[in-house]
Design a protein around this ligand. Sequence first.
Ligand SMILES: [Zn+2]
Ligand SMILES: [Zn+2]
Length: 344
Amino acid sequence: MNAVVFHGPRTLSIEETKEPRAGPGELVVATKVALTCGTDLKMYNRGHPYAKPPIVMGHEFAGIVSQVGEKVTGFKEGMRVVAANSAPCGECYYCQHSQENLCDFLSENILGFSHSGAYADYVKIPSRIVARNTIELEKSIDFKLAACVEPLACALHGFEIADMKAGQNVVILGAGPIGLLYIQLAKMYGAGSIITVARSRKKLSLAKRLGSNNTIVANERQIEEVKRLTDGRGADLVIEAVGLPQTWETAFQITRKGGKTMFFGGCPAGTSVRVEAYRVHYEEMTLLGSFHHTPRAVRRALGMITSGDVDVSSLITHDLPLSRTVDAFAMMSEGRAMKVALFP
Ligand SMILES: [Zn+2]
Ligand SMILES: [Zn+2]
């Protein structure tokens, strides 16, 4: 079969590899579509702490079960499925304390990072993911939309932590796929107003279409602009969906007294940001982090995609054959594409 193999930063090759065989507890899925994601682009450009090259990339996908391993229950050949990119162990301290996204053994088999991913004709699903994070799809749902379950599950998990109240004003920094999902969640749960700040005017117009009441082009006047739109106070909730130290600092600066700042976008290990300690104490600031997803968030996300409550199709801007993965990454780097659907 053909597979897109990552050998190290900026080194990808399309290779003829052996088709996987489903061992006990495992499934093999014929990939119908795999999506690109900001994390894939980061990994392609500079590697990733969880990536173990050489490795077949791809962690957002959907397809048809082609082999069922021994002892697998609930799945059969020909079933349309989606699987999350990882699954918690169910036994460690964090899994036992309802924080499965922080499972100590999460990095062991993440598809596309430490376990062969979905940029291939077939992908083998490890037993843990089969048992906890693989779901049969309804006939009506398009593979491409179902494949968006992972980013939406991550956004949902963060949104639950942020615990936005109806009527609150929300600022979202970043209008990539995650920012655009947060706009829709904030709208769905009754945000008073939604302000999106991003560099690209094209993305901001999409933000507006998906429910952002106001949009601001990111520049040196952005803090002033947010203050102006929030009666000088700053926002009740700010969600950072960029992953840069300077946007983390901006997010804190535009959060009102007593408000919440949610840091969704990850920065590389060793990064520090400055927050004013005076404000954290005297202004009762709440700083929140969010990472990854839980099996519950994965199921909720798929429900929202299936019902059409969340528009994920707008996040996918291009369709390309899998053989053009490098072109897809180039288009994303140049801001021409957001998510690209790759077809084996
Ligand atoms: Zn992703
Ligand atoms: Zn665990």
